[in-house]
Design a binder for this molecule. Structure first.
Ligand code: BGC
Length: 762
């Protein structure tokens, strides 16, 4: 009995243990088996399908539009996070209020400002671009941002475009090569880039009310390549549409640009984000390739209703159409699929780093890019670098020596941890050995506020222009050395979003001042802070000119370091400086800021009366125009001097005849023949000697930056295939390399070709 009972007991015990184990196991299974969409061991596309199958139509639609100025909703019920976006290309924008552009007033959102993209491009150094993207992406990550609204790659068509400082210049090849590492650097942090503004937003004037007419060849050869490189080589996870119209359809809801080219031709799998307020039609937004709508200024929003975001074109109006059976859900699922794909790379990526802000490395990156981007335009009599043994009294003159430049300019405006001003940088570098004195010279823009972020400077000065000029000239006369720091600034109608510059010349009486300073002291260095080319009527009067862009937090230190020769300048212009505005092709051929008759008739004032802008100049943009038409520029594309000298050897090719699927390699030696270590940018241009269509006399197809010690020599090779020889045949809609003779031109500027090699394409 006892035995039986013991057996029964043993049985019972085993049964209880097994039951317990079973309950525990299923409890654990319940808690540890993730639904597929959360299961990281599953392929992403499978996870996306699982998430889609769990979402209601309402939840899907809610993902397609903003919920605040810079964020869009996730799916709270399923734990799919919100997306947080931020401007912009040069640093992480301060937090703004939920529904307003004004800053929120947080005290933990200041960051490092990196040099403007023109400066990055002027380095002609792909490594710098990666460093930039990585550092900026780390700051965005730390600030918990998922999408960085940049970089901008619209081609420099006119020096009046207020936003050129946010872009990478006039050449599609240079821009394409420079943008890719930036994107990869940012995205290595689990932060998406949003390459912008796709496409043809090449001026600010009429950006909301213009329609661009452009032939296919020009579109494909000049304006599309940087975007194509950004998505196909850089794999930018998002792309931002533009404001303007193309083929009479707004770019952010444009069948041709978004569906036909981007998604079909280029096979883009990422997310198309609208520019802020660029959407105005639900049907087009649904069908023409837009995925995520931001910034719409619908009536609901301007009237401030609580559910303003429901009034977005891809919100309730979309849902209503679906519910009424007027549109299906195929487009909806495609859009949400893309957004979920983005989520798995950003918000739902558990392997992303934490990021960091204002590390010593970040400051060093900002300073180094600034130094490498500064372009020495002229240096007669080797005025630069400043000889510290002779410069005991240094005069610094000009408003830009003391003006904060990171506040202003539009959406790229920043709230920085610090910004070293040129005057402070110069004082720090030279102040121990020399007496550094300052005079303003002119008063330009005394403002210093953007969306509630204040520079904290009081730049008010009531003295007359004559008084300011006299004071500056007197100081120049009694100094050993004069550094003038002027140029443009980030106020409206200068280098700023929303408007274009009104004229090509320097504003605020600077031309007169520079001439007067040149007369007062022959040791004059002109430092131009701008993101655009400017006229220099005084160029023959001044011995040296440095093109310094907007250089961000380390601006003053980078400038001082180049002035002192601690850094040897190696920047090259990413765009042409014409002598006068009419020398620029868009202005010479007339269609800027719009079609003349329509302009006279007052078109372009509102969206009902848009203005046409025809790109009559075709592919002849920048140096392509100047070279072909033999219009000598003030400073050419690719130009930039150094404190040392370089000598190019004779270039050679590994063959003289190549077939259509061959590659050809060019080799050239470069030697540092001067006394300082320095860097040279070896530039390869290709010229199609005889073509059946008008072609630019040469086009950039390769570049390499080499660092050489005095006396050191290196060999640079470029390998190209027929893509470097091709033009876009619009009739056939394909790239064509015409058999015949070509020439490889190698030099250190588009107007300084040192060596040439002829070859033939079979
Ligand atoms: C600009 C974009 C910017 C967006 C958000 C727009 O007005 O054109 O470049 O990213 O605003 O600030």
């Amino acid at each position: 009995m006892l035995l039986i009972n013991k057996k029964a007991f043993m049985f019972k015990k085993t049964a209880i243990v097994s039951l317990f184990t079973f309950i525990a196991a299923s409890y654990m299974a319940q808690n540890h088996t993730q639904p597929v969409y959360l299961d990281e061991s599953k392929p992403v596309e499978q996870r996306i399908q699982d998430a889609l199958s769990r979402m209601t139509v309402e939840e899907k639609v809610s993902m397609l539009h903003a919920q605040s100025k810079f964020s869009s909703p996730g799916v709270p019920r399923l734990g799919i996070p919100e997306f947080w976006t931020t401007d912009g290309p040069h640093g992480v924008r301060p937090e703004v209020m939920w529904d307003e552009w004004d800053q929120a007033g947080w005290t933990n959102d200041s960051i490092i400002a990196y040099p403007a993209l023109t400066a990055l491009s002027a380095t002609w150094n792909k490594k710098m671009s990666w460093n930039y993207g990585k550092a900026l992406g780390e700051e965005a990550r730390y600030r918990k941002k998922d999408i960085l609204l940049g970089p901008g790659v619209n081609i420099y068509r006119t020096p009046l475009n207020g936003r050129n400082f946010e872009y990478m210049g006039e050449d599609p090849y240079l821009t394409s090569k420079m943008v890719v590492p930036y994107i990869k650097g940012v995205q290595s942090n689990g932060v998406a880039t949003s390459v912008k503004h796709f496409a043809l937003n090449n001026q600010e004037m009429f950006r909301h009310t213009s329609n661009v007419n452009i032939d296919d060849r020009t579109l494909y050869e000049i304006y599309l390549p940087p975007f194509k490189a950004a998505v196909t080589e850089g794999d930018s996870w998002t792309i931002m549409g533009a404001y303007d119209m193309y083929k009479n359809q707004y770019a952010s809801q444009n069948q041709y640009l978004l569906n036909d080219i981007l998604k079909k031709e280029w096979g883009y799998k990422g997310v198309v984000v609208s520019d802020w307020g660029a959407v105005n039609n639900t049907e087009q937004a649904i069908h023409n390739g837009l995925d995520l709508e931001f910034g719409s200024w619908t009536n609901g929003l301007s009237a401030g209703t609580k559910n303003a975001y429901d009034n977005y074109y891809l919100a309730k109006p979309y849902l209503d159409l679906i519910k009424a059976g007027k549109v299906g859900t195929q487009e909806l699922d495609d859009k949400v699929t893309r957004l979920l794909r983005l989520a798995y790379k950003t918000t739902m990526n558990r392997n992303k780093p934490f990021g960091n802000i204002a590390s010593e490395e970040h400051k060093a990156v900002a300073k180094e890019i600034g130094e490498e981007g500064i372009v020495l335009l002229k240096n007669q009599g080797d005025i630069l670098p400043i000889d510290i043994n002779k410069a005991k009294k240094i005069a610094v003159i000009g408003e830009n020596a003391i003006k904060i430049m990171t506040v202003g300019g539009g959406s790229s405006s920043l709230k920085v941890k610090y910004e070293t001003l040129p005057l402070d940088g110069i004082k720090t570098r030279f102040g121990k050995q020399a007496d550094v004195q300052y005079a303003r010279g002119y008063v330009g823009d005394i403002g210093g506020e953007y969306n509630g972020v204040k520079s904290g400077q009081n730049l008010k000065d009531d003295r007359s222009a004559a008084e300011l000029l006299n004071e500056a000239v007197e100081l120049a006369k009694k100094s050993d050395y004069v550094i003038f720091v002027g140029g443009l600034n980030k106020s409206d109608f200068q280098d700023s979003e929303g408007n274009d510059r009104k004229s090509y010349g320097l504003p605020y009486n600077q031309d007169n001042l520079i001439s007067a300073l040149a007369k007062a002291n022959k040791n004059l260095a002109v430092v131009l802070v701008s993101g655009n080319a400017v006229a220099m009527p005084w160029i023959k009067e001044v011995p040296s000119v440095l093109q310094s862009w907007y250089l961000g937090s380390e601006a003053g230190n980078s400038i001082a370091s180049v002035l002192a020769g601690d850094a040897n300048p190696s920047g090259k212009l990413p765009f042409t400086f014409p002598v006068k505005l009419e020398d620029n092709s868009a202005h010479r051929l007339g269609e800027y800021p719009g079609q003349k008759d329509e302009l006279a008739a007052g078109k372009g004032k509102d969206q009902k009366n848009p203005i046409n802008i025809t790109y009559n100049e075709g592919v002849f943009v920048g140096y392509r125009w100047h070279d072909t038409k033999k219009i000598k520029p003030l400073f050419s594309f690719g130009h930039g001097l150094s404190y040392t000298t370089f000598e190019f050897g004779k270039a050679s090719a590994d063959k003289t005849v190549m077939s259509q699927d061959d590659k050809i390699t060019f080799t050239v030696t470069v030697k540092n023949t001067g006394k300082k270590a320095g860097a040279e940018v070896v530039q390869l241009y290709i010229s199609d000697i005889k073509a059946s269509v008008p072609r630019p006399s040469k086009e950039l197809k390769g570049f390499e930056k080499v660092y050489l010690n005095p006396g050191e020599q290196t060999e640079v090779t470029f390998m190209i295939d027929k893509t470097a020889l091709s033009y876009f045949d619009a009739d056939k809609h394909e790239w064509t390399a015409e058999p015949g003779d070509f020439e490889a031109l190698i030099g250190n500027s588009s107007d300084a070709i040192k060596t040439k090699v002829k070859f033939t394409l079979k």
